[in-house]
Write a protein that binds this ligand. Structure first.
Ligand code: GLN
Length: 447
């Protein structure tokens, strides 16, 4: 598959021919279920779009039954920026319902397969985006990351996935899951393409009140020769599988070979991250999803009165995982438990941010696992608790609002890809991409 950088140089005729071929290739792999449908807007370079990002006049459903038939009335800011830069939204890709999940098994449209082996999940929630790029069915894709949903599926499918600093990319037109954590980001074949797509979609937007007043760009200044100080986390890595430990050791050697300085640091026990995240995310989700009542959006099941219409619409429209989270979120926000859960989670979130600030006082990057192992097999994370626990390496980055990039390092059990992530200080995307580029060069992974 050609890269984004190469595709940006194609003529209109070459692009149209490429898109026809791409469509045929996508249609030849229905079992993968990466794309929900293929639509094209404009004459630019085709980019796959996660089904929670609005493209004007396209159906947008966040992988949910409750939004079947809903047509986006306007473009998300990222889509406006993409089309201005000569890119075309090309196809809606699959995801866990409302971006809640780690496997893409909870989609209304059914499961997406891992392109490396159909017994394995592609990861989630941006599993359609990762599978499309990993299978050579997309040049690049947009995903969203609330607690790892770009970085983790990227690692499982052997591609690059980047979560920008909170506030770098406008959330206007993104279906909200947990508003204080959500960020849209690029999912690409390589680090340079991620930097190019990140540059295109980032920048201040007055339509998003949490958008940062920052417009600096990275891709023209990429420099893989900078020597950086990289922290490694020996005790954190203890909980990972042998595949991940091996990739970790290999990445450390690769960073040393590139002339970076390696120092050891500690993070607090990830069980605090998981509690703080699942309280914060479900509380915000319960609030955000209250708008899906059958009156204003999407699917309605008409009941005997208004109350009954709400109940039937939601009972019928939301899947089990979404219902579980709405209940959990309302519980932690209820007057009797607010102090005990929600307030404590916010204090823990501050502690998590403080520990990163301390590390970043004198290091440039942190090297961390992104998931505990290779992609799980279908059904392996059937118990919701096991699924939540598998997020131990990804969610603290969102709680602290930091930028991070996951990139493939090697292949592990059954030739499945193993990825790791680099994490940087807030707004230090340049250092993040520079470090990732040098690591990518040294490990020389091929899909
Ligand atoms: N797996 C996490 C969750 O289910 C993260 C999802 C995401 O980043 N959207 O909440």
């Amino acid at each position: 598959m050609i890269t984004l950088k190469e595709a940006l140089k194609l003529s209109k005729e070459e692009l149209n021919k490429f898109k026809d071929e791409l469509k045929t290739k996508i249609e030849a792999r229905p079992e993968l279920n990466a794309y929900i449908d293929v639509n094209n807007v404009g004459e630019g370079v085709p980019i796959a779009i996660k089904d929670n990002i609005q493209v004007k006049n396209w159906t947008v459903t966040s992988g949910s039954n409750i939004l079947q038939g809903y047509i986006a009335p306007y473009n998300a800011t990222v889509i406006e920026k993409m089309t201005d830069a000569g890119l075309s939204p090309f196809g809606r890709v699959n995801m866990d319902e409302f971006a809640m999940g780690s496997t893409t098994e909870s989609s209304f449209y059914g499961k997406t397969q891992n392109p490396h082996n159909s017994d394995y999940v592609p990861g989630g929630s941006s599993g359609g985006s990762a599978a499309a790029v990993g299978a050579g069915l997309a040049i690049a894709a947009l995903g969203s990351d609330t607690g790892g949903s770009i970085r983790q599926p990227a690692a499982y499918c052997g591609i690059v996935g980047m979560k920008p600093t909170y506030g770098r990319v406008s959330r206007y037109g993104l279906g909200a899951y947990a508003s204080s954590l959500d960020q849209i980001g690029p999912m690409t074949q390589n680090v340079e393409d991620a930097a190019i797509l990140y540059d295109i979609i980032s920048g201040h937007d007055k339509k998003d009140s949490t958008s940062a007043q920052k417009n600096d760009k990275v891709s023209d200044k990429l420099d893989a020769t900078r020597k950086l100080k990289v922290a490694i986390l020996p005790s954190h890595v203890e909980n990972a599988s042998d595949d991940v430990k091996k990739a970790y050791t290999e990445a450390i050697e690769a960073l040393k070979a590139q002339g970076h300085e390696i120092v050891e640091r500690e993070l607090m026990d990830a069980k605090f991250d998981i509690s703080a995240y699942y309280i914060t995310a479900t509380a915000e989700a319960a609030t955000n999803l209250a708008r899906y009542d059958g009156i204003r959006y999407g699917n309605r099941v008409t009941g005997t009165n208004l109350e009954d219409t709400f109940t039937q619409t939601r009972s019928n429209g939301f899947g089990d995982e979404v219902k579980r989270r709405i209940m959990l979120g309302n519980f932690v926000l209820s007057s009797g438990y607010y102090e005990a859960y929600y307030v404590k989670a916010q204090k823990t979130r501050h502690m998590i941010k403080d520990q990163y600030d301390k590390i970043f006082a004198d290091v440039d990057l942190i090297l961390s696992p992104i998931a505990p192992g290779i992609a799980p097999k279908f059904g392996e994370l059937e118990n919701p608790m096991d699924m939540y626990l598998s997020d131990l390496y990804s969610i603290s980055v969102n709680l602290a609002g930091l930028p991070a990039i996951s990139l493939p390092i090697n292949k592990g059990t059954n030739e499945m890809p193993v990825g790791l992530q680099l994490i940087a200080k807030a707004y230090n995307e340049q250092t993040l991409f520079d470090g990732a580029l040098s690591l990518e060069k040294q490990v020389n992974y091929t899909n």
